[in-house]
Design a protein around this ligand. Sequence first.
Ligand code: NG6
Ligand code: CA
Length: 505
Amino acid sequence: MKKLSTYLSGSLVVAGLVAQEKPNIVLIYADDIGYGDLSCYGATRVQTPNVDALANKGVRFRNAHSAAATSTPSRYGLFTGEYPWRRKGTGVAAGDAALIIRPSRYTLPKMMKEAGYITGAVGKWHLGMGAESGKQNWNERVSPGPAEIGFDYSYIMAATGDRVPCVFMENQRAVGLEPNDPIEVSYTRNFPGEPTGKDNPELLTKLKPSHGHDMAVVNGISRIGFMKGGNSARWQDENIADSITVHAVRFIERNKDKPFFLYFGTNDIHVPRYPHERFRGKTDMGHRGDAIVQFDWSVGEVVRALKEAGIYDNTLIIITSDNGPVVDDGYADKAVERLRNHKPWGPFRGGKYSAFEAGTRVPFIVHWTGNVRTGVSKALVSQIDMLGTLAELTEIDLSEAWQSDSQKQLSAWLGNDPKGRDYIIGAAGSLTVLTRDWKYIEPGTGNVYDPSTNTELGNSVKDQLYNMVVDRGEYENVADENPLAVKFLKQLLEEEKVKGMGLEL
Ligand code: NG6
Ligand code: CA
């Protein structure tokens, strides 16, 4: 049991007159897991019992969205409460990008600290580190990073699984580094004598690229970017899930007596997919399916740690994903060949990178014993509301400190309000407005189709309007027949675009 302390919310549970303590918050943030990838969302050729158990006793959302259709902007929106399309430089970050969130700005982890929580970030980061792109010294503490935007503790992958440097950073220092073998990183040229996937395909013993990803070779897999040295610190892809899960579990164990906020960004199921051998072959879908099983295992470990620490019931657990699914994202891992009838996108069109629904419509599960209306919710919810909603939960008043896109949606997130948001502005190539009834996609000149990932990107030079009530697959553009709806949604978008313009945050 936690000590009753200054962190008490003050509300009383009338029945037993037990003071209600602020719950711990664990945010499990999957990478590239699609709406249809979990068994509680209808997948049949992969089973996710640990996730499903939380869904069965929690709220499972059918209309939940990430802030964008790729990782960096989604995470930016998650941590700042600001739509990423308002800010330049929030696109997919290179592995040597500087931190894209200004240390001076208010963030979700800072808000949680203000509410008296210990904050931790474990796993995928992908928001950049350091003050200047390409200038990091990876052999020292790299700053600014997670600590400067509000995390007391961090154990993160420097960027992503497919980008160098392929090392873990604990509190912003590379883990396991030998001083006589320093890390060097470049995104412009190779280091003399270092092999690349392009020139040394014989070294690609674990995975070969299908497109891109042909630079530095680390652990039998080629990556984006060039890297030299740091051999003792380099990760083994098959151990990434173990390594970050163990650090998430340890964070829970260390902090079980205080309220904590844990952001746990899994590497699963991003490319390169190379799950541990104990998960390989668990599905008939190859590494992609097996990585989903591995993800589910990580969820199970976190739940087990919470239960063992005696804090499971007093922990609000959220499971969601940073963007929609992609099958071939650059490695020949047989995901395409073995997919058959599995539908990572569920009933939706598009996928990761797309302005169509599957770009951002993601699994979203909220579990908090005794505090949610268990079941399936159709409420329109967005990860952009993490800041506002957790402020509501922890009784932090944001009104003076912070104006943003983030709304207080606690009632919807706990399953009580069946409506949620009125609308969400989404961003892939084109901006979109999604209401509970309509989806509008702004005209744009971006590519309509990406052959390398086999994605319909949702762009069109014409206005697109879909009736989400009768056509959730976005197949029939009804813009011409509904000029008033188009006009209204366009205007809404124009009003949103000018909000906060010129604001230095
Ligand atoms: C793309 C990568 C893709 C993935 C994506 C970011 C290539 C050819 N493709 O540029 O593999 O890394 O960026 O994914 O390099 S995300 O989920 O982190 O946003
Ligand atoms: Ca992603």
